[in-house]
Design a protein around this ligand. Structure first.
Ligand code: AMP
Ligand code: MG
Length: 432
């Protein structure tokens, strides 16, 4: 008997999954290895930057007051009483009529409140002593980089959950993080199922295809911030698949399977979930591709039964598994960012389910245009390679003309969004 499944809206499916979202544990890693990890704590400044008033130029530290009389008619002269390089501090207190030679980055000596640039002065010797002579007037604090000008103590510079880039590495070093608190990357297992599948290095055989989903998922998991673990390519055999799922669940934080999730004779995933007493969150969604995407909770671990169709598998991962991985990595923006742009091609056949069409974003006259890529069939693997967005076409009776406004999901986005399709989804709810 074929099981009848009740499809639920995408938004509902996401909220059911996210109900199980948890933040992960923290580990410390050396700063040198931190690129691409996710900060597990806010990065806050524990001191002002700069920590002292310093000179942005090569020149002379002086007292602004000494320059009030200076003019083109009457240059003033200040006695040079010392010199400080970057990293050194001038020990004395500078008095009226005195100046100290200062290099870029050096601390302003006590008594001084301005810097005159080297190119603005003439160095002269008077009665065997070194003087500078110039015609400018300087204001208090002129040419001084003030304490805390870049960053104030206590300021949060980077929020936890942010992926560490080279600039963040510089900040971490500025604040003395030899070891960096990062989120432990979750281990995400992949099992591909299907008797038609060949290993990647196997020659093609009649009726068989190479397993591309496993490799696509390796990329998607890494892009999301997880550690992919390939845990087998299995034939459609209940016992084989069941045993492998049980074994895999021991080793991973999240388990993904591809294929075998529909209601066909060789689709064993539903029976496996039943035998495992899994709590199935849903097994049918009002979306294309990927309507049979199934998510279950098994003893506290999330199991994503993704469809075998490459595009369905791809979309299923991005919509449901990615925000779970990102939440484990402590981000407050676990969803992919969306934007409303113009549709570049018409879709004139209404579809009761929401569609997620692979596409790329082009710009014409500064306006974003969402162009579909390739054929919009779930089993077309080639169109995935050229996609950087998913164009969302809400289901219902609507048809979509070229030029209409649609929401697109950015697949390569790293920043993320705190709400699922915050802008676009209302449209769908009113459209149905
Ligand atoms: P299934 O979800 O098992 O019904 O699979 C749907 C279709 O997706 C199959 O007919 C295959 O053509 C294809 N497929 C399944 N698994 C994979 C895979 N790992 N890599 C590439 N294509 C797959
Ligand atoms: Mg199959």
């Amino acid at each position: 008997m074929v099981e009848i499944r009740t499809p639920i809206p995408v938004k509902e499916a996401i909220s059911r999954v996210m109900h199980y979202a948890q933040t992960g544990s923290k580990v410390s890693i050396p700063i040198e290895e931190s690129l691409g990890f996710f900060l597990a704590e806010d990065l806050a400044a524990d001191h002002h930057v700069p920590a002292f008033d310093r000179s942005p130029y090569d020149g002379f530290a002086i007292r602004a007051k000494d320059t009030v009389e200076s003019s083109q008619v009457k240059a003033i002269q200040l006695k040079v009483i010392g010199e400080i390089g970057a990293g050194s501090v001038y020990a004395g207190n500078v008095q009226a009529g005195e100046a100290v030679r200062i290099m870029t980055g050096a601390q302003i000596p006590a008594g001084c409140d301005a810097v005159i640039m080297l190119e603005d002065v003439e160095e002269v010797i008077l009665a065997g002593e070194k003087y500078i002579q110039f015609e400018k007037q300087l204001k208090e604090m002129e040419n001084i980089t003030q304490t805390g000008e870049d960053t104030k103590q206590g300021e949060v510079l980077v929020e936890k959950g942010t992926s560490i880039n080279p600039g963040i590495m510089a900040l971490l070093a500025t604040f003395g993080y030899k070891e960096v608190p990062v989120s432990r990357k979750p281990k995400v297992g992949i099992i591909s199922t299907g008797s038609e599948l060949l290993e990647v290095d196997a020659p093609l055989e009649q009726g068989k295809i190479r397993d591309s989903n496993s490799y696509m998922l390796i990329g998607q998991i890494e892009r999301a911030g997880g550690i992919p673990l390939s845990l087998g390519q299995l034939e459609d055999d209940f016992t084989l698949c069941y045993n492998q799922v049980v074994e895999a669940l021991e080793k991973v934080d999240i388990l993904l399977t591809t294929g075998g999730v529909s209601v066909g004779d060789y689709d064993y995933i539903p029976a496996i979930l039943e035998k495992l007493n899994a709590e199935v969150l849903f097994n049918k969604i009002r979306m294309r591709p990927g309507s049979v995407t199934t998510v279950a909770s098994i003893n506290g671990k999330l199991f994503f039964g993704l469809s075998g169709n490459p595009s369905s598998c791809y979309v299923g991962f991005e919509l449901y598994a990615r925000p779970i991985i990102r939440t484990l990595l402590h981000t407050k923006q676990p969803y992919l960012r969306t934007e409303i742009v113009q549709l570049g091609a018409p879709f004139t056949r209404p579809n009761p389910f929401d569609r997620f069409v692979r596409g790329n974003l082009q710009y014409r006259d500064g306006k974003g245009i969402a162009m579909p890529v390739g054929l919009d069939k779930p089993n077309i693997v080639t169109s995935l390679a050229g996609s950087d967005i998913l164009i969302m076409l809400p289901g219902g009776s609507s048809i979509y003309e070229r030029g209409m406004e649609v929401s697109v999901i950015f697949l390569e986005d790293q920043h993320g969004s705190s709400a699922w399709l915050d802008m676009g989804y209302k449209r769908e709810e009113t459209g149905q």
